[in-house]
Design a protein. Structure first.
Length: 199
């Protein structure tokens, strides 16, 4: 089994790679320091990645940037960070990667708690997360060749509390290792169109 993990150097990506590396050939992709370099905001970069990698059994995205800050300071330019990365970047991985995914393969994208439990400064991220979840639910009924698609929606990570803690007052953080189990469930399970919540 060949699994492509995009965002493999991030906190969740590293946990997913560690969770799966004993069960499959895991190909790590990120902006740098990985098996293959990719920028998910560039369709040309995504196309080059898939052409180089070839066929896979599972596509996993644990990446996607978004701006955090007061709503009154949110501009179209700042909002476009989440649109072009977390939302369109992940969706374009699916659209451009579909021909490379083998029959009965799987796709797993990443959303987050903010689409259901908003915080001050998180409107742009919530928008992108909700868009990805809606895309997954809809795409699941049309994907060909038995290919499944799900998303994982984690709470703020224990490992990220030093950076994001001030935004998530009163939230109970979760370890990245537990989030990685939801990816395992999506990849090796049988469900499709699901949003796996890790709260």
């Amino acid at each position: 089994m060949r699994i492509l993990v995009v965002g493999a150097n991030g906190t969740i990506g590293t946990a997913v790679v560690n969770e799966l590396k004993g069960d499959a050939e895991v190909i790590k992709a990120s902006r740098s320091n990985s098996d293959i370099k990719v920028d998910i905001t560039s369709t040309d970069s995504i196309k080059r990645m898939f052409k180089e990698i070839g066929e896979i059994d599972a596509l996993v995205s644990t990446t996607g940037a978004a701006h955090f800050g007061p709503f009154e300071e949110l501009t179209p330019e700042l909002n476009s960070i989440a649109v072009n990365s977390k939302l369109l970047g992940q969706i374009n991985l699916v659209l451009l990667g579909l021909p490379y995914i083998r029959d009965n393969g799987s796709i797993t994208l990443t959303t987050g708690i903010l689409m259901d439990d908003p915080i001050v400064g998180g409107a742009s991220s919530a928008m992108a997360n909700g868009g990805v979840r809606a895309f997954v639910k809809s795409a699941a009924i049309e994907l060909p060749r038995g290919i499944r698609i799900n998303s994982v929606s984690p709470n703020v990570l224990e490992e990220s509390m030093d950076h994001y803690g001030p935004f998530f007052q009163g939230f109970e953080s979760v370890p990245a290792k537990r989030v990685a189990l939801a990816f395992r469930k999506s990849i090796l399970g049988a469900q499709t169109g699901q949003s796996y919540y890790v709260y």
